[in-house]
Design a protein. Structure first.
Length: 422
């Protein structure tokens, strides 16, 4: 274990005993977990007499170690390494990372200096090596690995290692799932998602409840092909079924009852502030259902090849995405009267959408040659690449927590802001 002495660049590391037959200057390779993030090959030196033995108290010895070794320390007679210091390479620097957050499988661009890809070089995310898509001395493109304990990115070129550059990597909460739309967050903070199954397939436990710790509890209910999920203002869970065109209410998580039917192939769902439920029928219609279950056709769109994805802003305006055959899809906004406006064009296979506490909209899609989560500002009309990721099927935001659904897993990461979003 390494304990840092505050105000010092040196680390004290305890080792059981010195190397055997310790005569003269020798070294032993030891793996040391540094700052909980990286594993380095660390050299420890021992000498019965001379400069290395006196490194603990002699400035001359400390200078010798600083000048000659990147990873260095010294033994005392009891076999304890007295000091450890990582000498950073001044010319190996991460200058910029874009974007600053990601999901395993996402593509990230690193701007740097001194990388030297022609020598033994690599990019580390925590203690896991990241696959490199392309590299030069000043620019690297990597694929994000799964590294749940990472603190950030670092470069290694030969024996030189850069300082850690902070990076926010999503953590996988659960797998062996089958989400086909947004997950939802319950009033108690737990997360609901689906094991939807193939069309017409009856799954034993089609609804699953997760905690932020990764605990997974199946719900005791029977529903064929659950698809869209939404919580009403009174905390009841509503579930659409693309198998029979219905929306069911899962009252108190105890029993299912029919809420609305004849909805085509209902996918994404969302409630507005007045308790009206909007349901996207991927054949080309948006339905609005009042609290009593009475439905009306709210809008007509081009049919989707998979699903519509819906979100409601603070003014009860409806936002809709959905992949079509065009491969240049749009983000639409509807007023309460059903008037449509195209906000952004050019998305590739847009999927889940969700609002942040500040009113910006997150969109999972491909856009301008990049993939992941894009952040759109309705106020300014601007859009930027926010999270590097494969195209995720769904998103859910609750305060500073963001939950992302892939085709078989749920991921979690923390964001800035603490205002709860329903």
């Amino acid at each position: 274990m390494a304990n840092k002495n505050r105000g010092s660049a040196w680390w004290r590391v305890s080792i059981e005993r010195p190397p055997p037959s310790a005569t003269g200057r020798i070294h032993k390779e030891v793996e040391l977990r540094f700052l909980g993030a990286f594993i380095f090959n660390t050299r420890f030196f021992y000498q019965k007499s001379g400069i290395l033995k006196n490194a603990r108290s002699g400035e001359r010895g400390l200078n010798f170690l600083r000048q000659n070794y990147c990873h260095c320390g010294c033994w005392d007679r009891r076999g304890t390494v007295l000091f450890f210091r990582m000498k950073q390479a001044k010319d190996l620097i991460i200058r910029k990372v874009h974007p600053l957050s990601g999901v395993p499988g996402g593509e990230v661009v690193i701007e740097c200096s001194g990388f030297r890809p022609e020598v033994y070089s690599k990019v580390l995310l925590g203690d896991v090596e990241a696959p490199i898509a392309s590299a030069s001395d000043d620019k690297i493109i990597i694929w994000l690995p799964d590294s749940p304990k990472s603190l950030g990115l670092a470069l290694r070129a030969g024996e030189a290692v850069s300082e850690v550059f902070p990076f926010n990597l999503a953590v996988r909460l659960a797998t062996d799932l089958h989400p086909v739309a947004n997950p939802v967050v319950a009033p108690d903070g737990t997360i609901f998602t689906t094991i939807s199954g193939a069309r017409g397939q009856q799954v034993t436990h089609p609804l699953v409840r997760l905690t932020i710790r990764g605990d997974k509890t199946p719900c005791q209910c029977e529903i064929m092909n659950p698809t869209g999920l939404a919580f009403s203002n009174d905390g009841q869970l509503y579930v659409s079924s693309r198998h029979d065109g219905t929306v069911l209410r899962y009252t108190n998580f105890e029993h299912l009852e029919l809420f609305a039917e004849d909805l085509g192939v209902p996918c994404g769902m969302v409630f507005d502030s007045k308790g009206f439920l909007y349901v996207g029928d991927r054949t080309g219609r948006i339905f609005r259902i009042d609290p009593s279950g009475n439905k009306q056709e709210f809008a007509v769109l081009e049919p989707s090849i998979s699903a519509y994805h819906l979100a409601i802003d603070a003014q009860d305006r409806l936002y809709v995405t959905g992949p079509t055959f065009s491969m240049r899809d749009s983000l639409f906004r509807f007023t309460r009267k059903g008037t449509a406006k195209c906000l952004v064009e050019g998305f590739a296979r847009p999927q889940g959408i969700a609002f942040l506490p500040d009113g910006d909209l997150l969109i999972s899609a491909g856009y301008q040659g990049k993939k992941g989560i894009f952040r759109y500002s309705p106020e300014h009309g601007s859009i930027r690449h926010f999270i590097a990721a494969p195209v995720m099927v769904g998103l859910a935001v609750a305060g500073e927590d963001l939950f992302l659904a892939s085709g078989n897993s749920i991921y979690w990461m923390q964001l800035h802001g603490k205002t709860t979003v329903n």
